[in-house]
Ligand binder design. Structure first.
Ligand SMILES: [Zn+2]
Length: 215
């Protein structure tokens, strides 16, 4: 699985140009290799149909499903929906029921699960995104304390997103987060940010595109 641009036309063009590198061997280039199974995601309760591209490495022959950065790995709801729910819960302190209702999920347990997982990942996410923010903007001062591990993590995420936008051009925040975490924002494993700065620099030099569309 590899996170790619949210725009399918851009993905096709970049696949055709051999612009995506293989995460398995690190050196091969990914080529088109059919499609993964269709799936239906949700955006505030509305269906979003997706048929992710499948790709194969020209060197090691590993196949990779290409997941657009509007989604997170193994989550039915779009990254922006989940992200806004986290902000509502941990920054605005909305009720659990209110958060679930605003997200348009059929059962409140879904939104509760996001919050629980984010809470257990909060310290690691804060550290990773703080580092990323300072790599993107070396003049950045220390981040403000927001009073809880979850709010601190969201502060670091927001600061990194602003720094990325300043450096590479504006981009939807939660697509940036999905790209930077490799879709693993709410995974139950650590999600080391993947040398995002180096990747961005390479992509920017190549084609001057913002950060979530990087190889
Ligand atoms: Zn490979």
């Amino acid at each position: 699985m590899k996170m790619v641009d949210a725009d399918p036309a851009v993905v096709e063009a970049r696949l055709a140009a051999g612009a995506y590198s293989c995460a398995s061997c690190g050196s091969g280039r990914l080529r088109p290799w059919g499609f993964a199974r269709r799936r239906v995601l949700r955006r505030y309760g509305e269906p979003v149909r997706l048929r992710p591209r499948r790709s194969r490495c020209g060197s090691c022959l590993a196949t990779h499903v290409l997941l657009p950065t509007f989604a997170l790995l193994r989550r039915r709801d779009l990254a922006e929906v989940i992200g806004e729910a986290l902000l509502a819960r941990f920054v605005r302190h909305d009720s659990r029921a209110g958060v679930a209702k605003a997200a348009g999920v059929p059962h409140p347990d879904t939104a509760r699960g996001w919050c629980r997982r984010f809470r257990s990942n909060a310290a690691g996410l804060r550290a990773s995104f703080t580092t990323l923010a300072h790599e993107l903007d070396p003049n950045l001062g220390p981040l403000e304390d927001r009073g809880s591990p979850e709010a601190d993590a969201l502060e670091a995420i927001g600061t990194a997103a602003v720094a990325a936008a300043r450096r590479f051009g504006p981009a939807p925040v939660w697509q940036f987060v999905a790209g930077a975490t490799g879709g693993l924002l709410l995974a139950n494993t650590n999600c080391p940010l993947r040398h995002e700065v180096a990747r961005c620099e390479r992509a920017r030099r190549k084609e001057g595109r913002p950060m979530m569309s990087t190889a």
